[in-house]
Design a protein around this ligand. Sequence first.
Ligand SMILES: [Ca+2]
Ligand SMILES: [Ca+2]
Length: 100
Amino acid sequence: MPSELEHAMESLITVFHRYASMEGNSNSLSRRELKDLMENELSGFLKAQKDTVAVDRIMTDLDANGDGEVNFEEFVSLVVGLTVACEQYYQLHLKQQGKI
Ligand SMILES: [Ca+2]
Ligand SMILES: [Ca+2]
């Protein structure tokens, strides 16, 4: 049975490929696939990002190799960035509760 962390890594891979295989290249996210993924899988964390302009900006930011698509490596940098932001928020929350 996979550990909690291994399970999280597996989920990242599964979710990425579920959306990446919807159209075109099945190993990368098109603009529309990225938009669907963000709307369905990151709606709690990205409430303010639902407009198309924000999706376009995120797409451009993520597309490190400039091919107009987001591959797994580029996608992971989004998840890492969000996770770091969440962890900072989590620390702040603990501090406010006087736990650290
Ligand atoms: Ca695709
Ligand atoms: Ca790319």
